[in-house]
Design a binder for this molecule. Sequence first.
Ligand SMILES: [Zn+2]
Ligand SMILES: [Zn+2]
Length: 591
Amino acid sequence: MPENLDNLRHSCAHLLAAAVMELWPHAKRTIGPAIENGFYFDFDFGATKISEADFPALEQKMNELLKSWKGFERHELDAQAAKKEYPDNEFKHELIDEFTADGSKVSFYKSGAYWDLCRGGHVEHPRNALKHFKLLSVAGAYWRGNEKNKMLTRIYGTCFPTKKELDAHLHMLEEAKKRDHRKIGQDLDLFTFADEVGPGLPLWKPKGTTIREELETWAKETEKKWGYERVSTPHIAKHTLFEISGHLPYYKDDMYSPMDIDGENYYLKGMNCPHHHMIYKSSPKSYRNLPLRYAEYGMVYRYEQSGTLFGIMRVRALQQNDAHIYCTQEQAEEEFLTVLKLHEYYYNALGLGKEDYYITIGLPDESKRDKYHGDKELWNRAETVMRSAIEKSGIRSVNDVGGAAFYGPKIDFIIRSAVGREFAISTVQLDLYMPTRFNLDYTDQNGNKKLCAVIHRAPLGSHERFIGFLIEHYGGAFPVWLSPVQVALLSVSDQHNDFVLEEARQLKEKGIRVEVDSSSETIGKKIRNAETQKIPYMIVMGEKERTGGDWQVRVRGKRTAKGEIKPATQKIMKKNAFIRRVQKETQKRSA
Ligand SMILES: [Zn+2]
Ligand SMILES: [Zn+2]
């Protein structure tokens, strides 16, 4: 996100807080950062309940106050003076204590009659810059994201430089809402959650599992062609493995507590890499063996705070389209470039164009160097190789400071759904560090031992996140090859049921996924039901079909560039021609 957009949105958070304090003087302010696509501000409103119904009054007050906001004026206060500004606000006191622990002063920023504790990062001319804002939603949020702390009220909003951009964003949000993957997932019977199983642990129903398996088959076929071999590994491992990898302690917060097996601590895996490294190490390798590419749709388990869980997009158990490439350092750039091309192949096949995806380059935040591990020289070398490959690929890229993994720089592919929302879907990494930890070596032409380079990649992300994206992208109207039900046969009356079931059996034999509606509903209702299920083909079957007549096939409308579905059309087809059409679309994986 460009810095000026961050400043714009954080400035707007000040404006929101100012309006809140005018309307509810007893509310306690806490923090209000810019976030992706907007900002929020957390308040403690005491016993008062705030809802979206309060937004018009709040927005009106914001507009009113904005007239007097000429700039952001910086002031410095010592701890005692700063606390006086917030009598009875334990949240601000906690922050002031932290910021002044070393005896330093804190900064305040004043605009109009409002001022607040703040590190800075604002627009210069708020009166003009903040005109195009909108409050979006209210949610509960724990103070500092900790479930043991008090629940606060979070107000989300957004702000754009121009009205046009704001309107486009609001339109996108509305479209995305209509395609909420949680609702479509339920309507199409794809997945469910159960209290007894636990939050963040999706249960995939038969129709959702069909989509997963189609994706997995596609990945397996593709990876085979691109020179990968498949491996399989267990879901748990002894602590020793994660000590070598450095996941303990660097990644510990994302992992679950260990279980005791025969007096040793075992952990659920949060990543597949350490297991794959052990397969690499299980036999000596020569330069002739490289590159080696191990692929696995591996299940991993990661701790996510309950408040951040979101449908199947953010979960605690996920299955990744994972692979690790072991190559010489000289081969690294070419291998990396090939991985970028593999991403392009997948995304293009799904109908995404070059303008629909780009790369963010995750770099370390130098002010938090203790979060990262390893030799700086290795970091720099990895970054140089990755940048060179990205340049050759011609894929757009932007820098993301603070986005590195704990053991090296990484890149993320961001893809855009048909309604314009962006999803971080896949991470790729050139890793020169794990080979030093695991001693991943090979013998070169001269008989010397050398460390290899490892590339981590997962173009289709996890099934969970990727299918969440596909649901929004297609609005539930999946292409034929991914549709859980490809053909609906609708029986005109009870006396045709046996014949329709027999036709269905024959289609299934040809590998077509078919569903029969033999209920006693009217035919109009049956058609509407099949339409809500977004089934690509439906055929009403009665006397004419039973006596061998051509099939009148109702074909789901084509998808427009914006992802909308055009009205259905009718096609008269011979049975065999219809079967061939569905088979061909499935085999070709037509978008
Ligand atoms: Zn500020
Ligand atoms: Zn990995």
